[in-house]
Design a binder for this molecule. Structure first.
Ligand code: ATP
Ligand code: MG
Length: 222
């Protein structure tokens, strides 16, 4: 699903934010990317969505070489990826239901299917009863669950999340972790970036550790 081949990213020469990073993740895996602040975690995620293109090396996602992909192909490629941002990025003046349905409308899903899918993902994250409320009336953990529901709505093959528990207390963090595990168990490839040690201990998944832009460790689940 994800293949990095000696990928290097330089924002401003000569400092490389990612340097010679190579790893592969299969479609059936769940992986955590960790490392100290500034190690390159968000940079790595942005290369998977092709917001950033490697300065050298190669990034291949779902069989597409993102260093060679044509501009016109990028939107289609992004549709197969769900992204959960740390700051949620929910639309403030739209209801929860609209926040999710909006994404499906952009993908030209017909109205009936949109409604059905929106209800399904909201039930799944346990927030169907809040469908008509505005995001600001939800707690941080609840908003995070909405952001996850929105990312999952188009049935992506790959789910990326950058610090998905960054704003949550340990209890809520474990709920979110459980949700990601369930998403993975249902057949979605999941890649989380986090520096939450407790979460990583509990997750029992493969852990890639970045240090100053280099892949320092690649540990199998314990
Ligand atoms: N747009 C940018 N322009 C220049 N340098 C950048 C840019 N974005 C990130 N960097 C630098 O690249 C390095 C990696 O940043 P990145 O955001 O990927 O780290 P991170 O591991 O996600 O950190 P955090 O845990 O704080 O989110 C850092 O040294 C950062 O200062
Ligand atoms: Mg980051």
């Amino acid at each position: 699903m994800i293949h990095f081949d000696q990928a290097t990213l330089i924002y401003r020469p000569p400092h490389a934010a990612l340097k010679d990073v190579s790893f592969s993740v299969t479609a059936s895996e769940m992986v955590v990317v960790t490392g100290p602040s500034g190690a390159g975690k968000s940079t790595l995620l942005s290369m998977i969505t092709r917001e950033l293109v490697p300065t050298s090396g190669r990034v291949v996602v779902a069989g597409r070489d993102l260093t060679a992909i044509r501009r016109a192909e990028i939107p289609l490629m992004r549709r197969s990826i769900g992204v959960v941002f740390q700051d949620f990025r929910l639309l403030r003046h739209r209801t929860i239901e609209d926040n999710i349905s909006f994404v499906l409308r952009a993908l030209a899903w017909p109205a009936a299917r949109r409604r059905e899918r929106t209800r399904r993902v909201l039930e799944w994250v346990g927030l169907a009863h809040r469908a008509n409320d505005l995001p600001e009336t939800l707690s941080g953990g609840e908003q995070q669950r909405i952001a996850i529901a929105r990312a999952l709505a188009p049935e992506p093959r790959l789910l990326l999340a950058d610090e998905p528990t960054g704003n949550l207390d340990p209890e809520r963090s474990f709920e979110i972790l459980a949700l990601f595990r369930e998403i993975h168990a249902r057949g979605t490839c999941v890649l989380l970036a986090t520096h939450d040690r407790m979460l990583i201990e509990r997750a029992k998944v493969r852990v890639l550790t970045l240090q100053a832009g280099r892949l320092a460790r690649d540990e199998a689940p314990r």
